[in-house]
Design a protein around this ligand. Structure first.
Ligand code: NAP
Length: 339
């Protein structure tokens, strides 16, 4: 094939906040597909906070990204060459692929998606990894009940905005914590959260929250960790549930992030804190996508995306996650579909 291809590789592991020095762009060939393989042209590439963890060489639930190899993440693309019986040229697919214009991959590693059911980009957000994270974390671990109070941090992000809306569907009183007035307005005015707090401008998060949660907190969906979560943990009701989804406030810290210790707080409230990874629910993804798609089609669920244009801007879009630049799911648009 003569088409030009490029990939972004992890050139150096970040210390603290990643910078352009950590990545290099390389020209690569498009590998000809063998039997059972397809060539996928990237249309949208997802950047996600968890990728920061994989850039460090540390023990985790998944392997670190190897140095000098392309970064892998979720991608939506179209099949432009096929040596597979099931997938044809023009099919739209999603899968775990490289930060490349073109990926040659076994067809079994991608899943066909339906651009008629929802915009293609939605398969990287509300109908993809982040929507499923919200769905299983909240419903399986949080188990919100009618009339209970649900607090979600990172509330205007890809996961958080879906969490709050599902909690509303379950009849909860929902309070979101986010990093700007625009974000707080969005979750309350557009998404129907009962209240929101801008953690960057409020004097005392705990005091503000306790005013907005007069009956205490029954479910805390934790996306951020750090001082925000320290404050919420002081307001837990007996038998509260804490789906521990992420701790983005710690991902770039180099100082060990020592905070208040939680054991006494959890013991007094007899709360359940359970960390989870969306992949733990892989065998139930169909169920989650079905419910999310149904709520979307009924207009009960809304979503927002921040779309950065251009392959060369993938690192900047990734950095922006740690600066709160995104409202909803952060994506990078690589190309328009040809087919
Ligand atoms: N367990 C899983 O399987 C799983 C799956 C997906 C995501 N996650 C985790 O869930 C969390 C949200 O992910 P997402 O994809 O939905 O990202 P996101 O919320 O769309 O984007 C990240 C947001 O985090 C906030 N943030 C950044 N630095 C912060 C800090 N120091 N303190 C507080 N907030 C900060 C920013 O919003 P503000 O403007 O509000 O600060 C930013 O927009 C992350 O921690 C991620 O690692 C876990």
């Amino acid at each position: 094939m003569t088409k030009e291809n490029q990939q972004i590789v992890l050139a150096k592991r970040p210390e603290g906040m990643p910078t352009h020095e950590n990545f290099t762009y390389e020209d690569v060939e498009i590998k000809s597909p063998q039997k059972g393989e397809v060539v996928v042209r990237s249309l949208y590439i997802s950047v996600d906070p968890y990728m920061r963890g994989r850039m460090s060489d540390q023990k985790s639930y998944t392997q670190p990204f190897p140095l000098n190899e392309t970064i892998n993440g979720t991608v939506v693309g179209e099949v432009v060459e096929s040596e597979d019986d099931q997938l044809s040229v023009g099919d739209k697919v999603t899968g775990f692929l490289g930060w490349r214009y073109y990926n040659t991959t076994p067809a079994s590693q991608v899943r066909k998606i339906d651009g008629e059911q929802a915009p293609l980009s939605a398969y990287l957000g509300v109908l993809g990894m982040t929507g499923l994270t919200a769905y299983f974390g909240l419903l399986d671990i949080g188990e919100p009940k009618e009339g209970e109070t649900v607090v979600v941090s990172g509330a205007a992000g890809a996961v958080g905005m879906i969490v709050g809306q599902i909690a509303k569907l379950k009849g909860a009183h929902v309070v979101g914590i986010a990093g700007s007035d625009e974000k707080v307005n969005y979750i309350t005015e557009e998404l129907g959260f009962d209240a929101g707090i801008n953690y960057k401008t409020v004097d005392d998060i705990q005091e503000a929250l306790s005013g907005l949660c007069p009956n205490g907190v029954d479910v805390y969906f934790d996306n951020v960790g750090g001082e925000i979560s320290d404050a919420v943990l002081n307001l837990l009701n007996s038998f509260a549930r804490i789906p521990l989804c992420g701790a983005i406030s710690s991902y770039n810290r180099t100082d060990g992030d020592l905070g208040p210790r939680v054991q006494t707080k959890l013991l007094k409230s007899r709360a359940k804190l359970q960390a989870f990874i969306v992949g733990d629910y892989a065998d139930r993804f169909g169920e989650g996508v079905q419910d999310l798609a149904k709520w979307l089609s009924e207009g009960k669920l809304k979503y927002e995306e921040t779309i950065t244009d251009g392959f060369e801007n993938i690192p900047d879009a990734f950095f922006g996650l740690f600066q709160g630049k995104n409202l909803g799911k952060q994506l990078v648009k690589i190309a328009d579909p040809k087919y």
